[in-house]
Design a protein around this ligand. Structure first.
Ligand code: CO
Length: 171
């Protein structure tokens, strides 16, 4: 089921999400709804807080090609619960966007390589490592669990410009 995406400056986006302790039907429904919502809104990643659920849950589904109508089959979805970075190194810049800040894109500095420990929907532990787009997406979505948005990483000047344009757009 597609749920409403919370849009900046909705205060819930600042909440720090809580660790998932029960891997039950409620979690399964949350993950399924997050996938439906992400696909409906044309995203590549989504954190639970973006649909108003303060749990440490995020999903990422990188399209199969660079084409506009590239498929994102459900089985390609990375479901990440209670993530913890265990290694981060290097640096890179990538043009990021966010379903909670629609139609705004800006280059953001990130680590270029990350290693992350997480649990899947059954509670089993995994480790994932990446030095490509997935590494960026993991850092972006993880920030949501900490109540942070990518626009907080903008320079003061760029942030001011963004706030001005954002207000204008929302009038
Ligand atoms: Co986002």
């Amino acid at each position: 089921m597609v749920r409403d995406v919370r849009i900046y400056p909705d205060k819930i986006l600042k909440q720090v999400s809580k660790e998932v302790k029960s891997f039950d039907g409620e979690l399964t429904t949350l993950l399924d709804d997050m996938y439906d919502t992400m696909i409906a809104k044309g995203g590549v990643g989504l954190a639970a807080i973006q649909i108003g659920v303060p749990k440490r849950v995020l999903i990422i589904n990188i399209p199969e090609s660079e084409e506009k109508d590239a498929k994102q089959p459900k089985e390609n979805t990375l479901e990440i619960i209670n993530p913890k970075f265990i290694e981060m190194s290097g640096s890179t810049k990538y043009q990021e966007g966010c379903l909670s800040v629609p139609s705004f894109y800006e280059d953001i500095a990130r680590y270029s390589r990350v290693k992350l420990r997480y649990q899947d929907r059954d509670g089993n532990e995994h480790i994932i490592e990446d030095d490509d787009f997935l590494a960026i997406a993991l850092q972006h979505e993880f920030d949501h669990l900490e109540g942070k948005l990518f626009i907080e990483k903008l320079s003061i000047l760029k942030r001011k410009k963004f706030e001005k344009e954002w207000k204008k757009k929302r009038l």
